[in-house]
Design a protein around this ligand. Structure first.
Ligand code: B12
Length: 478
């Protein structure tokens, strides 16, 4: 028996889609699967005890979605809680423990070492978990398990990440309680591809999902959406890095949804790169049921777009907003303020520009989570040793340790960068502002970590992407 446990208790609750895919693939391969969803338990400690007391699994799998909340200055780190959970499970069961998940895959080896887990899977979990169960039952040839991290003779060993080119994923989405997730989380996810071939300076997606885009079959995606619809779940969010990379696959997915008239029955939101985006794609998205797009804008300053290695330019932002308006799509531009070389002038240029092109809303995040293995680290080490870099912010003490939440914030923004941005936003309600470092400051940001404003709105019936729900609450329009 394979016991799979969802460990993510953040609210609003997001369904553990990755773990559900793993569970359904394992069941399809003939493995007996057993589920414990700690997000939906009132007393997780008690549920864990009761659940494990009368089961003897071959393997216990824990999903670890968020390593930290990626938000400065809250900078919450969740790895110590995971280590504590592993310790508690050890006291309740002798089964080996495997870890996996998107956040996990960014830091796979250090997390296995820190938590003392037996195994970890870096990358896609479906076939790797099946292979691990088989090897535990027979042979223990761990070199044959894709993406596996394991302990042997006192050392931690690892195979190359599991990023199979072919994704055959006939998901039924019946293993977790997606109805409850819809009621508590306001939307459910669906995935159309994995991996990204872009090289944005700060992004960890190529580390967890691989450096090339690997697409799912449009018919399997549409089947999955129909399965969710059959459960009464009709508001969705893509779980791809960028839905429109590559554009051809985005169009193919939309075409299949249009062919099945899903656009009349479902509303969905997506993350998109600013380019490629054109009239044909915008119209297809709308006809397929997409109602809102969150663009990875990052900046509107040419210098900063170059630093972030973004492919779009100011005029592409203009086009994106215009095409969304023309096609009835709500539009959010996500900004990443404070990167290397950011100055009060480049921030002002960006905020003024965004105000002028008038998206429905804009996320003004301040500070960039620095992940090991990204271009950010290379750029910063060119300036000198990380310890002593005046731009690095963290809440822990001691030497810089990128495993723990560590953020970069351009020193040129001065001693009160959040205040600077607030002044530039000047009360424009379309902007989600960075949090000012004061204990009594009212939240005007878009941190979805334990966000009670969102939890309450969803309980009262709001559905959709969180930026769209917050936007409606703050701007009062639908
Ligand atoms: C879509 C998305 C969102 C949507 C979710 C919508 C929805 N209904 O699902 C929204 C906007 C709500 C969101 C919010 C947040 N997100 Co988000 N999100 C994503 C995104 C793009 C996709 C995640 C996803 O579902 N992937 C698809 C699934 C199928 O993949 P998967 O989970 O990796 O699962 C596979 C493997 O990991 C593995 N696996 C999974 N579980 C297990 C378990 C075992 C035992 C094994 C062996 C394997 C295994 O197998 C699975 C199938 O192959 C990722 C980035 C990315 N490209 O993945 C960021 C990402 C996960 N988010 C992130 C963050 C930080 C957050 C927030 C905390 C942000 C915030 N402060 O508000 C919140 C947290 C919300 C919550 N309650 O958990 C970070 C996490 C990084 C980190 N430092 O830990 C990511 C990686 C983005 C980033 N690079 O910064 N997010």
């Amino acid at each position: 028996m394979l016991t799979l446990i969802n460990t993510n208790r953040m609210t609003p609750a997001i369904g553990p889609i990755g773990l559900e895919y793993v569970a359904e693939a394992a069941a399809l391969a003939g493995i007996e699967v057993d589920i414990l969803d700690l997000a939906l338990c009132d007393d997780p400690e008690k549920s864990l005890r009761e659940h494990l007391s009368h089961r003897r699994p071959t393997l216990i799998g824990l999903s670890f979605r968020n390593v930290d909340d990626c938000f400065w200055p809250s900078a919450q780190w969740f790895v110590p809680d995971l280590a504590e959970l592993v310790r508690r499970i050890r006291g309740l069961s002798e089964a080996p423990i495997v870890l996996g998940g998107v956040g996990f895959s960014v830091f796979a080896r250090p997390i296995v070492e820190y938590t003392g887990a037996d195994f970890g899977i870096h990358g896609d979990g479906e076939q790797a978990t099946i292979a691990l169960v088989r090897q535990l039952q027979n042979g223990r040839q761990f070199e044959q398990v894709p993406g596996l991290i394991w302990r042997a003779a006192g050392a931690v060993r690892s195979n190359p990440p599991a990023w199979p080119a072919e994704i055959d994923l006939p998901a039924r989405r019946e293993t977790f309680d997606n109805r409850t997730y819809f009621a508590r989380g306001g939307q459910c996810g669906f995935e159309t591809k994995r991996g990204c071939n872009r090289r944005c300076l700060y992004c960890a997606d190529p580390l967890s999902k691989g450096p090339v885009s690997r697409s799912r079959r449009p018919d399997q995606i549409a089947d999955e959406i129909e399965a969710l619809l059959a459960q009464g779940i009709d508001v969705l969010h893509t779980c791809d890095a960028e839905f429109n990379v590559p554009r051809s696959h985005a169009l193919a997915v939309c075409a299949e949804m249009i062919r099945r008239a899903l656009g009349d029955r479902v509303r969905w939101y997506a993350y998109l790169a600013v380019t490629p985006f054109d009239g044909e794609l915008a119209a297809a998205l709308r006809r397929a049921g997409c109602v809102g797009i969150n663009f990875t804008g990052d900046s509107a300053s040419a210098a900063m777009l170059g630093t972030y290695r973004q492919l779009h330019r100011q005029e592409d932002l203009v086009t994106a907003v215009r095409l969304c308006r023309r096609n009835g799509l709500k539009v959010m531009i996500d900004l990443l303020l404070g990167g290397p070389g950011e100055t009060p002038r480049t921030v002002a240029e960006t905020i003024d520009f965004i105000k002028r092109i008038a998206p429905d809303c804009a996320g003004a995040s301040l500070g960039i989570r620095v992940y090991p293995g990204t271009g950010m680290v290379k750029a910063l080490t060119r300036e000198g040793p990380l310890d002593g870099n005046p731009g690095l912010r963290r809440k822990y003490t001691g030497p810089i340790d990128l495993f723990q939440p560590t953020f970069y914030l351009s020193p040129a923004l001065g001693p009160e960068p959040a205040r600077l941005i607030k002044d530039l936003v000047a009360g424009d309600p379309r902007f989600f502002e960075p949090m000012v470092e004061q204990p009594d400051a009212a939240a005007t940001d878009h941190n979805y970590n334990d966000n009670t404003e969102l939890v309450d709105a969803i309980r009262a019936g709001a559905r959709g992407a969180y930026w769209d729900i917050l936007r409606q609450l703050r701007c009062g329009s639908s």
